[in-house]
Design a protein around this ligand. Structure first.
Ligand code: AMP
Length: 307
């Protein structure tokens, strides 16, 4: 089974209470594709970078068997850059800068051989570009989309148009509230479903994730980690693990969606252990399976009352 991922490939500068890294690999599509690559091949990546995107970044993506043929390289341009700072509450972050650079004039062209991909994940980029992607491809089985405060505030009308075309929206709690003006997350998820997506996943950082469909609310815990260094990309790694698992199983039943949420949470939990995508350089599939099983133990309890 194949998966198409479109979104940003970026160079990040990140400050957390545990350190600071400058000009490291980042981008929404990068995290999604790498996380998904543990479950599905090929992952087909579409995006744009400048001449400053290092060869070692491409080498890393290719080492995960990610097909980068759809990544445009604008030699004279600069790669998308983003800077973020986290305080002790790692659930909240300040964006220090967003430089769209080559994304400003990016026209996502989907290679012919990618157009029939069954599963699609639209990472966080301009909602106009997300729509351009969907216009070019044959109707996929499932389209998952992500967005963030930058676009909810800056391109709200365009985002509303794009939402009509998504099957699944993955957002964090603050974004769900911002998008709907609704403080209660269940009501917010239901309000988002009226905008288009029939499945909504609300990520709540260290408090887990909630899957809302027409008939179900499924609440998954986050893995209780003692050492978190950098939350950047956790949401994207979640989305990648989620859609990667669905694509692997080629199954969009409710039970599979729930398992996919746990796989998403598993990939996100590894992502935050190190800065940038460092943890994925040494992460094995066996470690993922072990942690997936640990998730089941986390909220398993005996329903019998002893007499
Ligand atoms: P997350 O922590 O999951 O929200 O994703 C963080 C990644 O998203 C970083 O690596 C950034 O490079 C990328 N990013 C941040 N802002 C934007 C934006 N406005 N458009 C596209 N990508 C972004």
């Amino acid at each position: 089974m194949s998966l198409l991922v479109v979104g940003s490939l970026g160079i990040d500068t990140i400050e957390t209470p545990f350190g600071r890294v400058e000009n490291v690999l980042g981008g929404s599509a990068t995290y999604i594709a790498v996380a998904a690559s543990y479950f599905v091949t090929p992952v087909r990546l579409v995006g744009v970078v400048g001449g400053d995107f290092k060869k070692e970044y491409f080498d890393f993506l290719e080492s995960r068997e990610i097909d980068v043929d759809g990544v445009q390289i604008v030699k004279e341009g600069k790669t998308f850059r983003w800077g973020g700072r986290y305080q002790y509450d790692l659930n909240a972050r300040d964006t220090l800068f967003t430089e769209l650079n080559v994304f400003e004039h990016f026209d996502p062209v989907i290679p012919e051989e990618f157009k029939k991909t069954k599963y699609v994940c639209l990472g966080n980029i301009d909602p106009v570009l997300q729509r351009r992607v969907l216009e070019q491809i044959d109707k996929p089985r499932l389209v998952v989309g992500d967005t963030m405060n930058f676009w909810i505030k800056g391109k709200n009308a365009d985002l509303r148009q794009t939402l009509k075309l998504l099957d699944v929206l993955v957002v964090n709690d603050a974004e769900a509230r911002q998008l709907t003006n609704e403080p209660n997350l269940i009501k917010a998820a239901k309000a988002i479903m009226k905008m288009g997506p029939r499945i909504v996943i609300v990520k709540k950082g260290e408090h887990g994730a909630m899957l809302v469909t027409e008939g179900t609310i499924f609440s998954a815990p986050a893995y209780p980690l003692e050492n978190i260094n950098d939350p950047t990309g956790a949401g994207d790694a979640f989305a990648g693990g989620f859609i990667g698992w669905i694509a692997r199983m080629d199954d969009i039943s409710e039970e599979c969606l729930k398992r996919a949420v746990i796989h998403g949470s598993t990939l996100a939990s590894f992502c935050v252990e190190r800065f940038s995508l460092e943890r994925f350089k040494e992460l094995s599939y066996l470690e993922i399976l072990d942690r997936f099983r640990e998730f089941r133990e986390l909220s398993k309890f005996d329903e019998e009352i002893p007499v």
